[in-house]
Design a binder for this molecule. Structure first.
Ligand code: AMP
Length: 126
């Protein structure tokens, strides 16, 4: 079953400028902004501007230009946050939740970039 994109989701509204956001970085195909309920001292969401529901949708159907732009944006956010281990930072975690088991709340692809404190185990239980 193909993905159906709901253009009334909150990130679509952010991209249309209908609700405000705390922008960290904007590129041709991507937007990064601070999470409204941060789970760590640094918690930035990176989203593509295109109508992709989740990671696999984007990875399989986005253009090469969008995929490159999105991944570069994630790297640039890591640099801006000062969390890159290769630049003396303490590290970070990148998470993208998808679907019901992934506990995805907003049906527009987003990657969480978390850092600024030890983040603990990847998941709490099996
Ligand atoms: P997920 O569970 O992966 O879908 O995460 C959705 C994330 O979006 C949560 O961490 C929310 O705090 C965040 N969020 C929801 N609305 C907004 C908003 N208006 N601005 C920034 N972040 C938001």
């Amino acid at each position: 079953m193909p993905y159906e994109y709901d253009d009334q989701n909150i990130f679509a509204k952010i991209l249309r400028g209908e609700i405000p956001n705390d922008t960290v970085l904007e590129t041709e195909h991507s937007l990064a902004f601070n999470d409204i309920m941060p789970k760590a001292p640094a918690h930035v969401l990176v989203i593509p501007k295109g109508p992709y529901v989740c990671y696999d949708h984007f990875a399989l159907e986005a253009s090469d230009a969008e995929i490159v732009d999105f991944n570069r944006a994630i790297g640039e956010v890591c640099r801006m946050l000062g969390v890159r281990p290769g630049e003396g930072g303490s590290g970070y975690r990148v998470i993208s939740n998808a679907g019901s088991h992934g506990v995805q709340e907003v049906p527009h692809l987003h990657v969480h970039v978390l850092g600024g404190r030890p983040l603990g185990p990847m998941i709490s239980s099996r």
